[in-house]
Write a protein that binds this ligand. Structure first.
Ligand SMILES: CC(C)(COP(=O)(O)OP(=O)(O)OC[C@H]1O[C@@H](n2cnc3c(N)ncnc32)[C@H](O)[C@@H]1OP(=O)(O)O)[C@@H](O)C(=O)NCCC(=O)NCCS
Length: 171
């Protein structure tokens, strides 16, 4: 899909509290239980940091097709506590730690994740953030490189009992 086609089919905005259960269900579809954000952490995250929780809405159905969420901090190295400890959120922080990128299976393979990331990075730049960090498994390294991220090598993260790369994007 071209950028224009994406704009016609989807709208991008911050999540609303009433979409919490929809987001929890999508997280469970998209990730195995050892990697998924718990329902409790998702509820807390949506309540505390809706401004950094971007959803792509399928305009025809009025439903979430995918989302990207994160929190702000002044730390510059990813650590797993960001997934579960919302008290680490510093609204003034200049680094965004990405905590989840989800696209529902039927919307995959058409550039939606790329479009969500691009919109997220544009918004982050407008918020005057300086750095965006995320962790991913080996098989997603090239996907994030295509989105403009650099591979910083293995991260200290052991989330879900897996080994993760740290990827970074300087704004
Ligand atoms: C990974 C995911 C977000 C991709 O969503 P998508 O909308 O299909 O992605 P895009 O269409 O924007 O793909 C962009 C590029 O990423 C790569 N890519 C897409 N899905 C991929 C996957 N599952 N594994 C590895 N690379 C992938 C492709 O190279 C693709 O480029 P191409 O179309 O030129 O081949 C989606 O499959 C998903 O939600 N998966 C489950 C959750 C997950 O793994 N999230 C990421 C955690 S790090």
């Amino acid at each position: 899909m071209t950028k224009n086609e994406v704009r016609l089919r989807y709208s991008f905005r911050c999540i609303t509290e009433k979409e919490t259960e929809e987001a929890i269900a999508i997280e469970q579809i998209c990730f195995p239980p050892n990697e998924a954000c718990s329902a409790k952490s998702m509820r807390t995250r949506i309540l505390a940091v809706p401004e950094l929780f971007l959803v792509a809405i399928d305009e025809k159905l009025g439903k979430i097709a995918g989302f990207l969420n994160g929190i702000a901090t002044n730390e510059t190295v990813f650590r797993d506590e960001f997934f579960s400890d919302i008290s680490l959120y510093d609204p003034e922080g200049q680094t965004l730690m990405i905590l989840g990128l989800d696209v529902i299976p039927e919307y995959r393979g058409q550039g939606l994740a790329t479009a969500i990331m691009s919109e997220y990075l544009e918004r982050a730049a407008k918020m005057e953030k300086k750095l965006v960090l995320l962790t991913c498994l080996e098989d997603k390294v090239n996907m994030y490189k295509k989105m403009g991220f650099q591979d910083k090598g293995m991260s200290g993260s052991t989330w879900g009992g897996e080994q993760w790369h740290e990827m970074s994007y300087e704004l």
